[in-house]
Design a protein around this ligand. Structure first.
Ligand SMILES: Cc1cc2nc3c(=O)[nH]c(=O)nc-3n(C[C@H](O)[C@H](O)[C@H](O)COP(=O)(O)OP(=O)(O)OC[C@H]3O[C@@H](n4cnc5c(N)ncnc54)[C@H](O)[C@@H]3O)c2cc1C
Ligand SMILES: *[C@@H]1O[C@H](CO)[C@@H](O)[C@H](O)[C@H]1NC(C)=O
Ligand SMILES: *[C@@H]1O[C@H](CO)[C@@H](O)[C@H](O)[C@H]1NC(C)=O
Ligand SMILES: *[C@@H]1O[C@H](CO)[C@@H](O)[C@H](O)[C@H]1NC(C)=O
Ligand SMILES: *[C@@H]1O[C@H](CO)[C@@H](O)[C@H](O)[C@H]1NC(C)=O
Ligand SMILES: *[C@@H]1O[C@H](CO)[C@@H](O)[C@H](O)[C@H]1NC(C)=O
Length: 506
């Protein structure tokens, strides 16, 4: 109604055009033409979630809406680089799967480049010795895998492939503008109750049911969970499968740092970046022009100009709502916004330029040691999750001159004694501490995506799995959801049997 009420003097011609337009759009979207567009949308957080949301919001809502993105730290969030001796290394989210289509699209859109990856040799350490070591002879690796694990390795690839295949349905749904109102509904649309079931049980249990051997789970699956999520095979089956996909070949990253996607998307979306910390959100009722009340959200934040408040029609929260991460207070909401108490896992990424201590790993002759990636099994005496040689984001082809830059992941900062055990000599140590991803503990209950009428929570999706692509998927979902809610297009939300329907619609 607002569009007409605010322009009472428009002539017959305009009315005719409006009518024609409405008829052309079909009767189902008649309500869309009557609703005023939102004036301002606020996005809290400029990680990959918030910045890709700004991009998708711009696509959906058009060029007139003002989009403000609040960021208290650096644009990129958990995508960040760390300076080690003048070169930059990925300290947070580092690898991207070849089938992560949103990330691929962003890279193309922004004209970023993807350098060639260099290979290396991997070993799995149980705390006393290596239970598996890759050699540079491919056939020998295949024989060793068959000998140790039978057909488990091959079957795992097929198992992950099957899950990935269903997961890829999301791109079809999203390109047809369908949205989901909960993380569980999104997951269900991809893989039905089988996928929901994976949220309720551990990856250990999921794979046991699919008759993988316990030896394989302990020696191959668990080390992958440790390197990707700093947790054991007791994480939920879905994030476990995502994690296994994240150990496949063909992984890539962005030259100059993955965070360049975030700065690029912010620019492409013509959003306005506000450097400041959001402290609180409050629902406000204002008198609308046509007499009724309009509900708005007041954002209170601290920037260089001091404490400020601004009003928005729609709010997207693109950060984990965890007191130690975002600490946002919600005032005057009915019903109140609950406290989300999901713990986040602390992970310390330590970068060390030095020479590894091969004798720590049981090598008599250090010159025989040629591994560049060490995964670990569950063992209480181990003080690190993984250890690997890394290349800088500027030039992936750093010359290997004896000593390398190694990156370790551990639950706590490494002590000097621990570093002296792992390395026989070193020059530089730099660390970055993260509250990295949720602590997964099935059965998972995901926090809501819709926090209030027009207030959304992107990071709900992290309960399924935390990854760059997951945040981008959630960003597009929430942009679509916000749009359909705004224009009351309920037939685009939580539709059943989308997979079948889109097949026949083609
Ligand atoms: C060590 C590590 C390794 C990882 N490895 C991979 C990997 O290899 N591949 C992969 O796909 N994923 C990986 N991930 C996960 C991936 O990085 C995250 O899932 C993803 O970056 C999350 O993006 P986001 O935008 O949802 O959240 P974030 O990046 O956390 O963004 C939230 C932003 O909100 C800001 N913010 C918070 N509170 C406020 C406030 N009150 N006011 C204003 N701003 C606020 C924060 O400063 C932050 O910038 C890894 C993560 C870590 C930590
Ligand atoms: C998963 O567990 C929850 C309880 O935690 C239950 O409500 C839900 O029905 C279960 N889902 C499936 C698919 O088993
Ligand atoms: C708000 O910002 C000002 C300056 O930017 C700073 O001095 C002050 O400590 C901040 N207040 C809070 C509560 O963070
Ligand atoms: C969160 O903010 C409130 C006040 O806004 C403060 O009292 C509390 O100490 C903060 N909590 C953390 C963990 O920073
Ligand atoms: C290397 O590892 C061995 C075996 O754990 C240990 O005795 C030694 O102190 C470590 N450090 C160096 C510098 O060799
Ligand atoms: C939204 O649409 C539904 C049916 O599609 C209708 O029943 C409802 O009244 C509409 N609500 C508003 C606020 O227009």
């Amino acid at each position: 109604m607002a569009a007409r009420a605010s322009a009472p003097a428009l002539g017959v011609a305009t009315t005719f055009l409006l009518l024609l337009f409405t008829l052309c759009r079909g009767s189902s979207s008649a309500s869309q033409e009557l609703r005023r567009p939102p004036a301002k949308i606020g996005v809290i957080g400029a990680g990959i979630g918030g910045t890709s949301a700004a991009y998708f919001l711009r696509q959906k809502f058009g060029r007139d809406v003002q989009i403000d993105v609040f960021e208290k730290g650096e644009v990129g969030g958990r995508l960040a680089t760390l300076n080690v001796e003048g070169k930059y290394y990925e300290a947070g989210g580092s690898v991207i799967h070849p089938l992560n289509l949103h990330m691929k699209h962003f890279v193309k859109l922004l004209g970023l480049s993807v350098p060639a990856k260099q290979g290396g040799l991997m070993g799995i350490y149980n705390g006393d010795e290596f239970v598996f070591e890759e050699s540079s002879w491919y056939i020998w690796n295949v024989i060793k895998l068959l000998w140790n694990y039978g057909l488990n390795t091959l079957r795992m690839h097929m198992w992950v492939e099957e899950i990935l295949d269903k997961f890829m349905r999301i791109y079809r749904y999203q390109s047809n503008d369908y949205a989901f109102s909960t993380s569980e509904a999104l997951l269900h649309a991809l893989g039905g109750s089988d996928f929901l079931q994976m949220l309720n049980q551990t990856i250990d249990k999921s794979m046991q049911k699919a008759s993988f051997s316990q030896k394989f789970i302990n020696e191959i699956v668990t080390p992958v969970m440790r390197v990707n999520y700093g947790q054991s095979a007791s994480i939920n089956g879905f994030v476990g499968a995502v994690s296994l996909a994240g150990a496949e070949s063909g992984l890539w990253s962005i030259e100059g740092g993955n965070k360049l996607v975030c700065t690029g998307l912010l620019e492409a979306s013509k959003a306005h970046l506000i450097s400041g910390t959001v402290f609180s959100l409050e629902e406000k009722a204002r008198q609308g022009r046509s007499g009724g009340t309009v509900k708005l959200y007041e954002v209170t934040y601290n920037s260089t100009t001091g404490l400020t408040s601004d009003l928005y029609d729609i709010i997207l929260i693109a950060t984990p709502l965890h007191r130690k991460i975002a600490n946002i207070t919600f005032h005057n909401f009915k019903p109140p916004i609950p406290e989300f108490s999901r713990p986040y896992e602390q992970i310390v990424a330590t970068f060390l330029h030095g020479q590894i201590n091969a004798s720590f790993f049981g090598y008599q002759d250090p010159s025989q040691f040629s591994l560049t990636a060490i995964f670990t099994m569950e063992n209480p005496k181990l003080f690190f999750n993984s250890l690997g040689v890394v290349s800088s984001v500027q030039n992936k082809m750093d010359p290997f001159l004896g000593s390398h830059v190694w990156k370790t992941f551990s639950a706590d900062s490494l002590t000097e004694e621990q570093i002296n055990l792992l390395f026989s000599s070193y020059d530089t140590v730099e660390e970055k501490k993260w509250l990295a991803y949720p602590h997964y503990s099935p059965p998972e209950k995901c926090p809501p995506v819709i926090l209030h009428d027009h207030m959304y929570y992107l990071n709900s999706i992290e309960c399924l799995a935390s990854a760059m692509e997951m945040s981008a998927i959630s960003a597009k979902n929430v942009a679509l959801l916000a749009y359909h809610h705004w224009y009351n297009q309920t037939d685009m939300i939580d539709q059943e049997d989308l997979h079948e329907r889109l097949k026949t619609e083609l």
